[in-house]
Design a protein around this ligand. Sequence first.
Ligand code: UDP
Length: 236
Amino acid sequence: MEDNFLYEGKAKKILTTEDPMVVRMVFKDDATAFDGKKKGKIGDKGQVNARISSRIFRYLQQKGIDNHFIEQSEPGEIIARRLEIIPVEVVVRNLATGSISRRLGLKEGLPFNPPILEFYFKDDQLGDPMINEDHIQVLGWASREEIEKMRESAHRVNGLLLELFRGIGIQLVDFKLEFGRAGEELLLGDEISPDTCRLWDLKTGEKLDKDRFRQDLGNTEAAYQEILRRIEELEE
Ligand code: UDP
């Protein structure tokens, strides 16, 4: 194991740098679904997701959303501020699909207006259970103030990403965010990529995200490449 190793997750490795406040995020080709029960690889995913995430984090910074992104270094790597990650996944939903459709029996594609925000406890062994704001506060994962900041940021990010993706012919269906602390600051962290978003082609309805892997739809690698191609055509 490298001596600068900090943490390894399902899709990324986090390494230290000379600066204790800065980390290297190395994106992996490994793909998992259903809380790690389904495993595989998506060709070039590491490099593609690092580039897509970099582009999105830069866009969000330009729009005033603070996040951990510093720069893209090597292919497949991002240099970012070191965060103490809050163990809560914030999911924003514009259209019904996935777990909300299964749980509540909603037809895929049903629009939500306003968008629905959900919280999940980040714990694979427990299968990332859904939680509410009381759980987060009472169990000490984040303060009321931090929860409010995450809610507000998630809604703003949704508005900005809806617009970004619409501009490249994509419907942003839903996505997951993670936040963390850097000193006094609460920052958006982790990644934003076809692994963590559901992205449907506006014209054809084709799924261009990890559902291709989850549902064995094939051409997953090409779908990720297509998102990268469209997003990199945008002007900075
Ligand atoms: N998501 C994620 N990581 C998770 C769970 C969900 O990135 O651990 C994303 C997922 O890609 C989707 C959104 O969050 O864009 C909502 O996922 P949902 O709860 O529908 O998940 P499912 O159980 O259907 O995969």
